[in-house]
Design a protein around this ligand. Sequence first.
Ligand SMILES: [Zn+2]
Ligand SMILES: [Zn+2]
Length: 189
Amino acid sequence: MRGHAQQEHGQGDGAHGDGHTHDHHGHGASGCGGHAVSVEAMIERAERLCQARALQFTRLRRDVLAAVAAEHKPLGAYDIAERMSAPGRRVAAVSVYRALDFLTEQGFVHRISSRNAFVSCGHEHGAGAGLVFLICRTCGGIDEMTAPAVESALDQTLAGAGFTPTSRILEVEGECGACRGRGDAPEAS
Ligand SMILES: [Zn+2]
Ligand SMILES: [Zn+2]
C-alpha cells in the first residue's frame, strides 16, 4: 500500500472556515480515507457497473484499473504496461491503451492531459460532470474535485462564445496542502 502517506489534515484545527476545498469534496463516496477508495473497492465497483451495463470486464481491464488505482499519482500507459509485465509475460502498451480507453469511457479512470497519464476515479459523479484536477508539483499527487460555481460560469462563457464543449476538465498545477504544511512556510493567507 503506497501512496497513502500522511493525509491527515493535521495542520492546526479550525482555521479553514472559508471555502476550503480539500480531500473531502462531498462526492458521496463513503469511507473516503484521504484521497480515494481502496483498490479492491474500486475493482468491485467497476465489476458491478460493467455487469449492469452488459460490458466485459476482462482480466486486462481489471489489471489496468488495479495498477492505476494502486497509485496516488497519475500513471502513463507505458508505466502501467511495465508494472503489469512479468518475466515471461509482456504486456504491450497498445493493449494497455485500449483498456484505458474503455476505462476512461466508463468513468473508472480519468486522463490527465497535461501529463498524458491516468488516475482512477472512485467518485460517483456523472459522465458529464465538470471536473477540476489539482496537480501537486511537489509530490505529484492529484486531487479531484467538482466545482459547480466554476462550471456554471464556464458554461455561460462557452454559451456566449457559441462553443459546445465535449469535455470540461480543468487541470490546475500547484502545491497541495500537505506539501505546503511540510514546507513549514509561514502561512500567509
Ligand atoms: Zn472522477
Ligand atoms: Zn503535494
